[in-house]
Design a protein around this ligand. Structure first.
Ligand code: MN
Length: 281
């Protein structure tokens, strides 16, 4: 199943993608809150599957970020060996343990939303990433049970303002600028992703292929990530996790995004983000 948020006729609603249509889930009573829907379903999406309509043509709605109200928006840095090697030349050191930081919930952006270059930096960079959305409240999740707490997966761009990221020991400011968290185009539920560590992930800027890797190259696999962080805090339905980026970021290439660029990120079976880059006025 593919769960989305979409806007039509000036109203944002929850939806289920069904071929070239999106089924309006308003009658379930959760407004436009994916967090509320996931919390109410507690892993059982049969009520969502049972909704028959109304339906809208997919090409006549605007897809929004599939969840805009998670309690937490977490991200793992330095999680692909070739990216770690590339970043080493930029002053980042290879970590001995999982390197977590938070992105701001307020930076979540939709699959076609503009990425804004802020007036305070020219070093805005893309990071194509597999995104995990948690499906149930959990703590101390054993590695072998970890995939079972996932609601689904999406495509993400961990947009990074490199000079701000490098300026302090924590990445927080440089990772949370407004619009710098595109996620989408929808949440593909766990049952439709046979192995999250066997997904091709590719990033293009203006049709030039910049990142081309598979998720089996992750240093810390998705299950290890959930097992590790759930030792620290309770994960909640709707929590969003970015799982690290492969090699080929602009930082490694010495080029940053500029106004007019189009960043396209695709993961097999999960869909595509296509975000235009604009300069803040
Ligand atoms: Mn990242």
């Amino acid at each position: 199943m593919k769960l989305a948020r979409f806007t039509t006729q000036g109203t944002t609603r929850l939806g289920r993608i069904d071929g070239d249509q999106v089924i309006d889930l308003s009658k379930l009573g959760h407004g436009a809150s994916m967090r509320a829907l996931l919390d109410a379903c507690a892993g059982d999406l049969s009520a969502v599957a049972a909704v028959k309509g109304p339906a809208f043509p997919l090409d006549q709605v605007t897809l929004e970020v599939p969840i805009d109200d998670p309690q937490k928006f977490l991200a793992l840095g330095m999680n692909y060996a070739d990216h770690v090697a590339g970043a080493a030349g930029q002053g980042f050191t290879a970590p001995d343990s999982q390197t977590w930081f938070s992105k701001q919930v307020s930076c979540l952006n939709g699959p076609t939303g503009d990425i804004v270059i802020p007036r305070v930096s020219d070093e805005v960079d893309y990071e194509g990433e597999l995104v995990v959305i948690i499906g149930e409240r959990c703590r101390y999740v054993p590695r072998e049970d970890a995939l079972g707490v996932i609601a689904g997966f999406a495509v993400g761009n961990d947009v990074s303002v490199r000079d701000w990221q490098k300026r302090s020991p924590t990445f927080m400011l440089g990772k949370g600028f407004d619009t710098h968290g595109p996620v989408g185009p929808w949440i593909t539920t766990l049952d439709e992703v046979p192995d999250p560590q066997m997904l091709s992930i590719r990033t293009w800027v203006n049709d030039e292929l910049k990142q081309d890797d598979t998720t089996d190259q992750m240093i810390h696999k998705v299950a290890d990530q959930i097992a590790y962080i759930s030792q620290a805090f309770t994960l909640m339905p709707g929590d969003v996790i970015m799982t690290g980026t492969p090699a080929g970021t602009g930082m490694e290439r010495g080029t940053y995004l500029k106004a007019g660029d189009v960043v396209r990120i695709e993961i097999d079976g999960l869909g595509t983000l296509e975000n235009h880059v604009v300069k803040e006025a």
